[in-house]
Write a protein that binds this ligand. Structure first.
Ligand SMILES: [Zn+2]
Length: 75
């Protein structure tokens, strides 16, 4: 009976440990997710589509969604 109780306590301690580690691990991931969310969207001046800076064509501070819109700039 005492062995069962010891096993039960060990399992309880393990479950509490897993629960606490799960509580803390998402909190550590949140800053990364915030950084990803901070990625800015730029409207294409030609067609109005919103683009992220790395994929957009940049000219004179404006971000164009593709080369076609980029070529039509200023028209
Ligand atoms: Zn466009």
């Amino acid at each position: 009976m005492s062995l069962l109780r010891t096993l039960f306590i060990l399992i309880l301690i393990y479950l509490v440990f897993v629960y606490i580690s799960r509580l803390f691990s998402p909190a550590q991931k949140r800053p990364d997710q915030l950084n990803e969310g901070r990625e800015q969207l730029y409207p294409c001046p030609t067609c109005g589509t919103y683009n992220t800076a790395p994929v957009a064509f940049r000219a004179n501070g404006d971000y164009y969604c593709n080369r076609e819109c980029f070529n039509q700039r200023g028209k």
